[in-house]
Ligand binder design. Structure first.
Ligand SMILES: [Zn+2]
Length: 252
């Protein structure tokens, strides 16, 4: 099964406001419920392209042609993708691109990984060119958003809203980091072949990267596995499948 890695969708990372930003984001990230938007301004004050972070499908288009409503697109990965915290469907909503950049876009359209989608903009009254974006695990759900306890419209998915550094890897051959505003993104790894090393016993497979997480299977000594990502001493080997990295070896 060849899952795609979810990669940061700009060639220059120039975050101008994180989810903690007091300018306009705290109402999202401190409410009930929460999401974690960032503003991405790219290389400079111009209009950089946003690229597809994996193969994604357009699920909803809002605000096009209405200057009082900020243009907003909901995107969902076509398949489960590899993130730093596991393999999931991922859904996001992205805002402020111009009417012209999405004039021909339709629900159901697909962008391929790393394909140009649309540029930063100011549609809906943003003060400078940027894309506001917020992401979560799971598929598009309901109308794609709902008001939280602060009156902010947060993303709705079949999973959970997540901070962007938990979902995106930075592909260092694709993205240059100009300003991450202190957010710590992991570099996109390469899948690695490893062998279980548990002489005389079997290796627990857990649902998540914690010894408190449910055991969902056991692997025989010497079994070959593919490691897609590592996190806190744990290795991701499949959908809801993590094993302790210290029991894996490079050779059988
Ligand atoms: Zn914003």
């Amino acid at each position: 099964m060849a899952w795609q890695y979810l990669i940061y969708p700009f060639k220059v990372m120039g975050i101008s406001q994180t989810y903690d930003g007091s300018y306009s984001h705290r109402k999202y990230s401190t409410g009930n419920k929460k999401d974690y938007p960032i503003d991405e301004a790219g290389a400079d004050t111009g209009r950089d392209y946003m690229y597809a972070p994996a193969d994604v499908v357009v699920k909803k288009i809002y605000g096009r042609g209405d200057s009082g409503k900020p243009n907003t697109i909901w995107l969902q990965t076509r398949k489960k993708v590899i993130t730093p915290i596991g393999i999931f469907y991922v859904t996001g909503r992205v805002t402020h691109m111009s009417d012209a950049d999405i004039a021909n876009l339709k629900v159901g359209d697909v962008f391929r990984a790393k394909e140009k989608m649309f540029r930063e903009g100011t549609d809906g009254g943003a003060t400078g060119n940027h894309i506001h974006m917020t992401w979560g695990t799971g598929k598009f759900k309901g109308s794609g958003w709902s008001a939280n306890s602060n009156g902010a419209y947060v993303l709705t998915t079949t999973g959970s809203n997540r901070k962007p550094e938990k979902l995106f890897f930075v592909d260092s051959g694709f993205t240059r980091i100009r300003d991450s505003r202190g957010l710590k993104f992991e570099k996109k790894p390469e899948p690695k072949t490893r062998y279980v090393h548990t002489p005389g016993s079997r290796l627990n497979v857990r649902k998540s990267y914690s010894v408190k997480s449910e055991v969902v299977g056991k692997l025989a000594d010497k079994l070959k596995v593919t490691v897609y990502a590592r996190r806190n001493g744990w290795s991701l080997i499949g959908v809801k499948k993590w094993v302790a990295s210290r029991y894996l070896k490079k050779t059988r």
